[in-house]
Design a protein around this ligand. Structure first.
Ligand SMILES: *[C@@H]1O[C@H](CO)[C@@H](O)[C@H](O)[C@H]1NC(C)=O
Ligand SMILES: *[C@@H]1O[C@H](CO)[C@@H](O)[C@H](O)[C@H]1NC(C)=O
Length: 176
C-alpha cells in the first residue's frame, strides 16, 4: 500500500471536504471515536531525531496541539515513552488530525534530561504519523488500501462506525 505520508496527504482533501459536507448539511450522528498517540521522546537537539539511537527523555511533558491549541497531553515514563489518549474525540478534532493540522510539542526544557543542553533554545516538535484505525466492527486500518481508509474515516466522522485512530510522532526536531 501507499506510504503513510501519501495516505495523509490524500486524506487531507477528502476528509476536509467530508467534514464540511457533514457540518453544512447537519448530517450524521456525533462520532464515537478515540485517538491514541504513542511514541518516545528523545533527549537530543537537531532535525528528525532518530528515537532508536538518541538517548531517552524521561518524564518529559508532551502536548498534542491542533491549530496551535493544546488538545491533550501526557508525561513520559522513565524511558521517555508516552501515550496520549483522547476518548470521545470531536468531529473537529478528527478532521484536524486527518488534515495534518496537529503536532506534538515537548514543553519540558532539554536541560531536564541533559544539563549540557541547557543552552539549546527551542522546543522539540514532531508532526504526526498515521498508523491505522481500529474499528468497532473489527476492521483494521492497517490492512486497508487508501480507498478503504478514506471510507472508514468518513464513516467514523459521520458517526456510522466507532473507531480508534492510532497515531505516533513522525520524528522530533528542535524548533527555535
Ligand atoms: C522521573 O520521575 C520519577 C517519578 O516522579 C522519579 O522517580 C525519577 O527520578 C524521574 N527521573 C528523572 C530522570 O528525572
Ligand atoms: C462507542 O463505541 C464503543 C466501542 O466500539 C461501543 O462499545 C459503544 O457502545 C459506542 N457508543 C455509542 C454511543 O455508540
Amino acid at each position: 500500500m501507499a506510504p503513510k505520508s501519501l495516505v495523509l496527504a490524500a486524506l487531507l482533501t477528502v476528509v476536509v471536504a467530508a467534514g464540511q459536507v457533514t457540518r453544512c448539511a447537519g448530517l450524521g450522528a456525533s462520532p464515537n471515536a478515540s485517538v491514541v498517540i504513542s511514541g518516545a521522546v528523545p533527549c537530543s537537539t537537531g532535525n528528525n531525531i532518530n528515537v532508536a539511537t538518541a538517548p531517552a527523555f524521561p518524564n518529559a511533558t508532551v502536548q498534542f496541539m491542533c491549530y496551535g491549541k493544546a488538545m491533550a497531553g501526557a508525561t513520559a515514563d522513565s524511558s521517555g515513552n508516552f501515550v496520549i489518549t483522547i476518548p470521545g474525540a470531536s468531529r473537529d478534532q478528527l478532521t484536524a488530525i486527518m488534515s495534518n493540522q496537529c503536532n506534538l510539542v515537548v514543553t519540558t526544557p532539554l536541560a531536564a534530561c541533559d544539563a549540557s543542553l541547557a543552552g539549546a533554545s527551542g522546543k522539540l516538535v514532531s508532526p504526526m504519523k498515521f498508523l491505522g484505525i481500529t474499528t468497532g466492527s473489527g476492521g483494521g486500518g492497517g490492512d486497508l488500501g487508501l480507498g478503504g481508509i478514506i471510507s472508514v474515516i468518513i464513516q467514523i466522522l459521520t458517526g456510522i462506525l466507532s473507531g480508534i485512530l492510532n497515531l505516533a510522532p513522525q520524528a522530533f526536531s528542535l524548533i527555535p
